[in-house]
Write a protein that binds this ligand. Structure first.
Ligand code: SF4
Length: 294
């Protein structure tokens, strides 16, 4: 497994010695820490299906967004330490439960360890890489032929929003390069006869209050670049966090704002998309499942 004595596996490039127990921005040293491993039923329909997605939530995060909806896990690094072999066994146990895939949630800072676990685990279901989109292409290469489905965020098109909310002014440029690499690894979307995704890329975008224009810029970039070769999941589940220093983050996204973003996507021609109604992801814009089955 890759030596982490000078960790530069994600765009933060902290250079800390994780082998010796030090932690960088992600707040984790070399030891794998997971907060939860269980079937999950509320992802996009082609990911959750009827049997659920086998989610493994990793502790810590390399982004640390101020509005994080999972901050107990991402900030405070709540979790249980597991070895590479134990992680492989967790993947296999989830598979035995009948889930449609293994879903790695916030995996960016553990890619070498995950890659080693995937070398051991005997899996016959696809693996989903579910990240904040702040990944390095060369690190993603470690997952070549091991991960078939990529489910990254594209959070902002504006560098100033990346700086303000994630302390990452380079977020847009990093996310663009990461998604390009993910598309090269995952390819065009493929589904089985039941509409469950087997490979491909779904990019998630969480609409933030007061920033519908940035959401539109993200969607336009994705559609101009990838057309119908990826799916876009437009999310409205932003929940205000109580300790925010940013006034605009103190409320939920209004129906008007969300509908404006969805209408924009439809207007520019996006067909392969998911939208949320009442906080649940649903298929929309009539995804062309019938033409993409195995
Ligand atoms: S994985 Fe963690 S320690 Fe390594 S560069 Fe990224 S944030 Fe820093």
């Amino acid at each position: 497994m890759q030596d982490l004595s000078r960790c530069e596996i994600c765009p933060r490039k902290c250079g800390v010695n994780r082998e010796k127990g030090n932690a960088g921005v992600c707040r984790t040293d070399k030891k794998i820490s997971i907060a939860r491993a269980a079937p999950h039923y509320w992802e996009e329909p082609c990911i959750s299906g009827k049997n659920g997605s086998g989610t493994v939530f990793f502790s810590g995060c390399n982004l640390g967004c101020v509005f994080c909806q999972n901050r107990e896990i991402s900030r405070f690094s709540v979790g249980k330490e597991v070895s590479v072999a134990e992680l492989a066994a967790i993947f296999e146990n989830l598979q035995e439960k009948g889930v449609h895939n293994i879903n790695l949630v916030t995996p960016s800072h553990f890619v070498p360890q995950i890659s080693a676990a995937l070398d051991i685990a005997k899996l016959n279901i696809p693996v989903v890489y579910n990240s904040g989109g702040y990944d390095l292409p060369e690190t993603l290469d470690m997952l070549d032929s091991k991960v078939k489905i990529f489910l990254p965020d594209f959070k902002y098109m504006s560098c100033s929003l990346g700086e303000k909310f994630s302390n990452a002014p380079d977020y847009p440029e990093i996310a663009k390069a990461a998604i390009k690499k993910m598309f090269s690894l995952g390819g065009k979307p493929r589904f089985d006869k039941d509409g469950i995704m087997k490979s491909g890329v779904i990019v998630r975008h969480l609409v933030l209050p007061d920033h519908a224009d940035d959401s539109k810029a993200v969607i336009k970039y994705l559609y101009d670049t990838y057309g119908d070769n990826i799916y876009i999941s437009i999310m409205n589940q932003y929940t205000p966090v109580c300790d925010t220093a940013y006034a605009e983050l103190g409320r939920a996204v209004s129906d008007e704002e969300y509908n404006e973003v969805v209408a924009f996507a439809e207007k520019i021609g996006v067909k392969n998309a998911f939208i949320q109604e009442g906080g649940t992801v649903s298929e929309s814009f009539i995804p062309e499942f019938d033409t993409k089955k195995d």
